[in-house]
Each structure stands twice: as C-alpha cells, then as structure tokens.
Design a protein around this ligand. Structure first.
Ligand SMILES: [Zn+2]
Length: 240
C-alpha cells in the first residue's frame, strides 16, 4: 500500500510539473505574441449607430449601421486573436452622442475622435457600406486622406487582400465564383475619420447595399467573416 501511495505521490508531482510546464509554455507563448503585437493599438470604428442608421439595403432594408457593427466585431476578433490591442469606438447598436438629440452627429463624431486620441491608435479602420444610383456598382472602396502616405499604403494593402477575395469568393448558396464581379478601388477622401490621428487611417466601404448581389453577400455571416478576415490580412501586411 505504501508503495502505491508513494507511486501516486510521484505521479501527482509529475503531473503537476507537466501541467505547470504546459501552462508556462502557453503563458510564455502569449507573452511573446503580446510583446510583438500587443503594443500596437488598432481602433476599429463601426460607422453610424443609434439615430443614424447610415444607408439602407434596397432589397432587405438592412441598416448600414448593423452591417458595419457585425463586420467590425469580426474584425476585432481576428486582431485580438493575433495579439493586437483593439479598441472599438462603438460596441453596440447605440450612437456615441449621449442622450440629447440636438447636434447628435457632431457630438458622435467628436466622441469617436476622442476615443482614437485617448487610445494612442497605431491604426484606424472605419467600417462603412456604400450606395450608388447605378445599381450595377459593386465592390469595395478604401478611402485615405490625400496628405497621408501611410494611409495610402494601408489602403493599398487592404485593397490587395480584398482583390484576392473578389477573385474567388464563396457565395452564400455554397457555390464558389471564379470572378465575383466585385471590383475594389483605393480613393482619397476628405473625411473627418481620416483626420483624427497621424497614424494610418482608412475608411473601408465594404460593398454597395444598392446592388442586390452585394447586399445578399453583406447580409451573409460567411461573407462577413471572409471580408473581415481580408481586411485584417491587408492591415497586418501593412505592418509587414
Ligand atoms: Zn456610412
């Protein structure tokens, strides 16, 4: 009996040592990843919210603010998983303007800038959806401020990743298209959200809610994941 107890004791000690080693290994791995990427703060901005729904889908009436938030959350997941520090300007369906309605839009925008400044953002990615009177118009548009070289480089990096997705995206019905008809463009824009920090900032207009095919994709969870992953991939490539 004594021998069995001793053996059990040794066994328990061994198991404890192995477990401690595994835990240390996991912690060390997480720390190593955090020290390389955790210093980098990514601000993800889901456009609109609250009283401001943004644009609406022509077929389903889906609110741009909802689509933006869903994609922003997925994007946050990818960055967090990779060890980046992520700050979301908007975490739920509400706007950032407080309880007073009057002058809400400007207060909402100022709050977003405040969050970006306080976070010490190394990168700002603002998520939006587009509309166009030309119903056939599809694809992504990535905006940067014309005075920002880093913004331009980030926009081009994200475009490259979105192009790869457009060339063979999986459609909600399970089919895989060889060429989706979605084309992506890098553009300059004079927007408030691009001027909140010196760090690279882009507005990603993910697609056109005025196009039935884009709208269908933007409403599908699978495409939202693919889209968010492509934006993440492009952003990470920017950092090299
Ligand atoms: Zn918008």
């Amino acid at each position: 009996m004594k021998l069995i107890f001793l053996k059990k004791g040794v066994l328990i000690t061994l198991v404890a040592l192995v477990l401690a080693g595994v835990a240390f290994g996991i912690c060390a791995g997480a720390l190593a990843s955090a020290s390389s990427k955790g210093d980098r703060v990514i601000v993800i901005d889901a456009g609109h919210g609250g009283l401001d729904a943004g644009v609406l889908g022509t077929e389903t009436n889906v609110k741009e603010s909802e689509v933006n938030l869903a994609i922003a959350k997925l994007l946050k997941g990818y960055f967090s998983e990779a060890g980046f520090e992520v700050v979301m300007t908007r975490k739920d369906s509400g706007g950032l303007y407080g309880s007073t309605v009057r002058g809400f839009k400007m207060r909402d925008m100022k709050k977003r800038r405040e969050i970006i400044e306080e976070s010490g953002a190394d990168m700002v990615i603002s998520i939006h959806q587009n509309v166009c009177p030309l119903k056939s118009k599809r694809g992504g548009q990535i905006y940067y401020d014309k005075s920002s070289e880093s913004g331009k480089a980030l926009a081009e990096s994200i475009k490259k990743a979105l192009d790869e997705l457009s060339d063979g995206e999986k459609l909600p019905n399970g089919e895989k298209s060889t060429k989706s008809g979605r084309t992506n463009a890098v553009l300059t824009g004079d927007y408030f959200m691009l001027k909140c920090t010196e760090s690279p900032s882009v507005i990603v207009e993910c697609g056109f809610l005025s196009n039935p095919d884009d709208e269908k994709l933007l409403c599908s969870e699978e495409f939202r994941q693919q889209l968010a992953y492509s934006i993440f991939k492009g952003a990470v490539s920017y950092f090299g």
